[in-house]
Design a protein around this ligand. Structure first.
Ligand code: ZN
Length: 108
């Protein structure tokens, strides 16, 4: 996984429509700040992995599907995981749709 900057309020916000460096592919593109999470259920234990950063339109959808796939495959294996995985699925969809709205005019 690419190194992502955790939420840092001191970092100047990359406002919608601004050209910045995509933190996934490194290209100068129109980016939006997104966070995707997925759960890894291990019956008695669980882990949350996440990615957060400014991403271009291409990487937003690539990471969205990657994290959705991991949620579905690795997510629901445990009591808490069974509850948490759908929550992550929904929050990822919300993050994805808000990022796609911001980047709707982006040129790839
Ligand atoms: Zn990118």
């Amino acid at each position: 996984m690419a190194t992502m900057t955790p939420g840092n309020p001191a970092m100047p916000a990359n406002s919608a429509g601004a050209i910045g460096r995509c933190q996934v592919c490194g290209n100068m593109r129109q980016t939006a700040l997104v966070k995707f999470q997925h759960n890894v259920g291990m019956l008695v234990a669980r882990q949350t992995r996440y990615i957060q950063g400014h991403m271009c339109k291409t990487c937003v959808s690539k990471k969205f599907w990657e994290f959705t796939g991991k949620n579905l495959l690795l997510g629901p294996w445990g009591m808490i995981s069974l509850v948490l995985t759908p929550v992550y699925l929904v929050t990822n969809i919300a993050a994805y749709s808000s990022a796609s709205r911001k980047l709707s005019g982006a040129v790839e």
